[in-house]
Design a protein around this ligand. Structure first.
Ligand code: SF4
Ligand code: ZN
Length: 282
């Protein structure tokens, strides 16, 4: 006899939930996945009714699922938000141009307005131009700074109150690990915050802070969402790659590792009485 779902105990269990290891049915998976994100939003008071919220949309799995779930929860629980998609075109041929086509399809599928801001328009430099100039060494540093500003500028043009991004629990746990390995105490304290504010003072949040990457992929797959899954052609971020492999190895042995690392990051608080040695530049 096939196993019953451990949650509803009626349907046949068709999947093993990555976060908890429970054998459950597809509809219970959708329910717990969406409910946990709703609980994260409510318990952290991420939004107020009437706010205009931009969803940072890249066409990748995280932001596509975020756009889908934000729209669904906004309707289901009457958050009263006005949602818009905001994309940044870094100017990376063969990568971002294709992923933006996915966002344009998502705009139609989810019936949400879309604004695209490009590096070329804002800074007169595309990432293709930058890589030609600086090579593949510091390109992600430029790109990261530009993207934060571009999102802020786009959000100002759209007159939104808040930006949500698709950073998931794995991304945050990786960042905690990297900050520990680099001894970057200041960033370690900030990187687990669910709400931060940009230079313009606009708040940003991560509704997927406790959502596992594997579950996002599973959700996108079962819901047959339209997303783009190619890596950036300029992605040389080897350090993060090692942190990711290490995290996946730990997750394999103990799935709660991801949440445990986030929790560790949250609880590492620097006592004001402790003096740090100067940070090494090496
Ligand atoms: Fe930009 Fe680097 Fe990300 Fe590519 S991998 S989009 S260059 S930050
Ligand atoms: Zn069930």
């Amino acid at each position: 006899m096939s196993k019953k779902c451990q949650l509803c105990t009626i349907e046949k269990a068709t999947l093993k939930r990555p976060k908890t290891g429970q054998a459950i049915c597809k509809s219970c998976f959708f329910e717990v996945f969406e409910l946990e994100i709703h609980n994260t939003i409510v318990s952290n008071s991420l939004f107020k009714p009437g706010q205009r919220v931009a969803i940072g949309a890249s066409g990748g799995k995280d932001s596509t699922v975020l756009a889908y779930v934000m729209k669904l929860l906004n309707d289901r629980y009457n958050y009263g938000l006005e949602l818009v998609l905001l994309s940044v075109d870094e100017g990376i041929s063969g990568y971002r141009d294709d992923s933006l086509e996915t966002v344009k399809r998502n705009q139609i599928q989810y019936d949400l307005p879309l604004k695209i801001v490009s590096y070329k328009e804002l800074y007169e430099w595309s990432m293709d131009d930058i890589v030609k100039e600086v090579g593949l060494k510091n390109n992600c540093t430029f790109c990261g700074v530009f993207r934060r500003q571009a999102l802020d500028r786009g959000a100002t043009m759209l007159d939104v109150d808040h930006i949500v991004t698709g950073h998931n629990a794995d991304d945050i746990a990786e960042t905690v690990l990297m900050n520990i390995l680099r001894g970057d105490v200041a960033r370690l304290q900030r990187c687990t915050e669910i709400v931060t504010s940009g230079e313009s003072g606009l708040s940003r949040s991560k509704p997927f802070k406790y959502t596992y990457e594997k579950e996002i992929v599973m959700y996108a797959y079962f819901k047959e969402l339209d997303y783009f899954s190619t890596e950036c052609i300029y992605s040389p971020n080897a350090y993060r790659g090692h942190a990711r492999v290490f995290l996946k190895d730990l997750e394999f042995i103990r799935p709660s590792t991801i949440l445990d690392i986030i929790h560790s990051g949250e609880t590492f608080q620097l006592k004001s009485s402790i003096k740090l040695p100067p940070q090494s530049k090496a």
